[in-house]
Design a protein around this ligand. Structure first.
Ligand code: FES
Ligand code: FES
Length: 174
């Protein structure tokens, strides 16, 4: 039996969107089809490609794998919210400088994922390839970047330049 739609208020990029949603609507569809925020991309719609990556309370998630109604009251950031005061964020600038995209379809997810990656790394979070979890400050090697970005696929194969962009922001050379 269908469950009726109801108003759901999402806080996206600092703005409240009150949307009329059925409970089965994913966060990805709510953003794209109801809020009109088309920056977040739908690739596989099943958690395999990372094109739909957004930040929820600063943590990266696949928006296709979660329901919009689960995120009322949480701060959601999409690619449209990464720039501040008409200035691209450091990782956005680095993607441009290092030519870290070709068709651009995966890029919004890559940017959100890289933004969270840098925060996770600075907070000292280890990954499955961290050789020494006691080393301070930790080293963000290319292997670390590849592992930490492994949830985001790029069919154009821009991986070397994506790694270079992330490394440059972490090193302060972007
Ligand atoms: S569209 Fe969500 S992981 Fe591919
Ligand atoms: S730039 Fe085309 S899929 Fe990544």
């Amino acid at each position: 039996m269908p469950v009726p739609a109801r108003p759901v208020t999402l806080n996206v990029n600092g703005r409240a969107y009150t949307l009329h949603l059925e409970p089965r609507v994913t966060l990805l569809d709510a953003l794209r089809e109801y809020a009109g925020l088309m920056g977040t991309k739908k690739g596989c719609d099943r958690g395999q490609c990372g094109a739909c990556t957004v930040l929820v309370e600063g943590r990266r998630i696949n928006a296709c794998l979660t329901l919009a109604v689960m995120h009322e009251g949480e701060a959601i950031t999409t690619v449209e919210g990464l720039a501040r005061n008409n200035a691209l964020s450091p990782i956005q600038q680095a993607f441009v400088k290092h030519d870290a995209f070709q068709c651009g379809y995966c890029t919004p997810g890559q940017l959100c994922s890289a933004t969270a990656l840098l925060d996770e790394f600075r907070a000292g979070a280890a990954s499955t390839v961290t050789a020494n979890v006691r080393l301070r400050p930790p080293q963000l090697s290319d292997d670390e970047i590849r592992e930490r970005m492994s949830g985001n696929l790029c069919r154009c194969g821009a991986y070397p330049n994506i790694v270079a962009a992330v490394r440059a922001v972490n090193d302060g050379t972007a």
